[in-house]
Design a protein around this ligand. Structure first.
Ligand code: NAP
Length: 360
C-alpha cells in the first residue's frame, strides 16, 4: 500500500531553486501505473525547465503550476496498477520516461507512468542502469528511425523490428558526441543497423567507451576542430556521408555535419538548427531533422510503442546497454549539485544517477 505523502524535489515557484519537500502521492488513472522510484538520472533538460521557468501550463498538460517537479528518467517498482492495465503487475521492475507534468516527473519517490510505453527491466540490468536509458535512447531512436516529419526522424529501417538489423552494412555514419548519453545509444543503434564505418567525436579518454558502444573510429575534437572534421571524415569514409546524427549540435558541429553530408542524406540535430530549416529538403535533397526525444509526444507514440515493446528483450540480450553510471549521495538532495555539474559541462562519459528512496 503506497503512502499518501512522499518526499519530492520541488521547484516552489517559477525560477526558484530546488528544495526537498513533500507532496501527495498520486493515484493511477486508467492506463497508468504508480511507480515507487528507485533510481533517476539527470539530464540537461532538467536544468532547462528549472533555470528558464519553462515548466508552465503550455508545457504541462496534466498538472500545471507550482510547486513543480521535473526529472525525465525513472526506474522502479510498480506499486499500483490503474484500470485497464493488464500487462503489468504490482512488484514488476520497470523503466519509463516522464511527460510534462509533476505527477509524471521522476525527481520524487512515487510517480505515474503511462503503461502504453513502459518496459520491464530484465534481471541483468540494475535500477541504476535502467534509469540511464529512457530519454537518451528515445532521442537517439526517434532522430534516426521515426518517420520523416518536422518532429519525426530520418526514417531509417528500425534495427529492433523484425528483419531490421544490419540493413546499412558498408554505409558510413557520423555520430557526434559518442561519450554523451544520447551518443552512446545512437552508436549502439547504428551498430545494430549494420553501419560501418561508425565515426564519432569524443575526448581521447573516452575512446574505449565509444568503441564498446559500436564506434569504429573516434576523432578527438580537442585535437581535430570541427572545421577540419569534413576532411578527416572523407578520408575515413572514402567520400561524403549519407547519415549524420549530430548529438552535440553546436554551430561548429552542425556546419561540419552539413558539409560532410551526401546529396539526399539526412542530419539529425538535437538543438535548434543553425544550418537551415528542419523538414525542408535542400535542392540536392539533403535534409535536417530536429528531434523531439519524448516517446509520449503524440507524434512519437507509434515509434515509442514499437521500441518499448522490444526494449526488455534488447536489454536482456545485451544488444542495448545502459550508460556508465555515477551514483550521487543524499537521495533527492544530491540532484541540484549534480545538475550544476551537468550545466557546467563537467560530466564526461558517465550518467549521473540519484536514489529518491535514500532522501533523509
Ligand atoms: N531534442 C531533444 O529532445 C534532446 C533530448 C536529449 C538531449 N538533448 C540534447 O542533446 C545533447 C546531449 O545530451 P546528453 O544528455 O547526451 O548529454 P551529456 O551526456 O550530458 O553530454 C556530456 C558529453 O558531451 C560530450 N561533449 C561535450 N562537448 C562535445 C563536443 N564539442 N564534441 C563531442 N562531444 C562533446 C562530452 O564528451 P567528452 O567528455 O568525451 O569530451 C561528455 O561526455 C544536449 O545538448 C541535450 O540538451 C536534446
Amino acid at each position: 500500500m503506497a503512502p499518501t505523502q512522499q518526499k519530492a524535489l520541488l521547484i516552489p515557484e517559477r525560477l526558484a531553486d530546488f528544495v526537498v519537500g513533500t507532496r501527495a502521492v498520486p493515484s493511477p488513472g486508467p492506463g497508468f501505473v504508480l511507480v515507487k522510484i528507485q533510481a533517476v538520472s539527470l539530464n540537461p533538460v532538467d536544468n532547462y525547465l528549472q533555470k528558464l521557468g519553462k515548466f508552465t501550463p503550455e508545457f504541462s498538460d496534466l498538472t500545471p503550476g507550482y510547486p513543480a517537479v521535473v526529472g525525465s528518467d525513472g526506474a522502479g517498482i510498480v506499486e499500483a496498477v490503474g484500470e485497464g492495465v493488464t500487462h503489468l503487475e504490482v512488484g514488476d521492475r520497470v523503466l519509463y520516461q516522464f511527460r510534462w507534468s509533476s505527477d509524471r516527473s521522476t525527481f520524487q519517490q512515487y510517480g505515474l507512468a503511462d503503461a502504453a510505453r513502459i518496459a520491464k527491466i530484465p534481471g541483468n540490468v540494475s535500477f541504476d542502469g535502467a534509469a540511464t536509458i529512457p530519454l537518451g535512447l528515445a532521442t537517439a531512436a526517434i532522430g534516426n528511425y521515426a518517420k520523416k516529419s518536422l518532429r519525426g526522424g530520418a526514417a531509417l529501417h528500425r534495427p529492433w523490428e523484425d528483419g531490421g538489423r544490419g540493413q546499412y552494412s558498408s554505409q558510413a555514419i557520423l555520430v557526434t558526441g559518442g561519450s554523451s548519453s544520447v551518443g552512446q545509444f545512437a552508436l549502439q543503434l547504428a551498430k545494430l543497423s549494420g553501419f560501418g564505418p561508425i565515426i564519432t567525436t569524443a575526448s581521447a579518454h573516452n575512446e574505449a567507451y565509444c568503441k564498446a558502444a559500436g564506434a569504429t573510429h573516434v576523432v578527438d575534437y580537442h585535437s581535430v576542430p570541427y572545421a577540419e572534421l569534413p576532411v578527416v571524415l572523407a578520408r575515413i569514409a572514402g567520400g561524403p556521408i549519407a547519415f549524420v546524427y549530430d548529438v552535440i549540435s553546436s554551430a561548429e558541429s552542425q556546419a561540419a555535419g552539413w558539409a560532410s553530408l551526401a546529396p539526399g542524406g539526412s542530419i539529425v540535430v538535437t538543438l535548434p538548427s543553425a544550418i537551415g530549416q528542419p523538414g525542408v529538403d535542400a535542392e540536392d535533397g539533403r535534409r535536417i531533422v530536429w528531434v523531439s526525444g519524448n516517446v509520449h509526444h503524440r507524434d512519437n507514440h507509434e515509434l515509442g510503442q514499437s521500441l518499448y515493446s522490444k526494449l526488455t528483450e534488447l536489454l536482456a540480450e545485451g544488444a542495448l546497454k545502459p550508460n556508465r553510471v555515477e551514483v550521487l549521495p543524499d537521495g533527492l538532495a544530491g540532484i541540484p549539485p549534480g545538475l550544476g555539474r551537468v550545466l557546467a559541462k563537467q560530466v564526461s562519459g558517465v550518467k549521473l544517477v540519484a536514489h529518491p528512496q535514500e532522501t533523509l
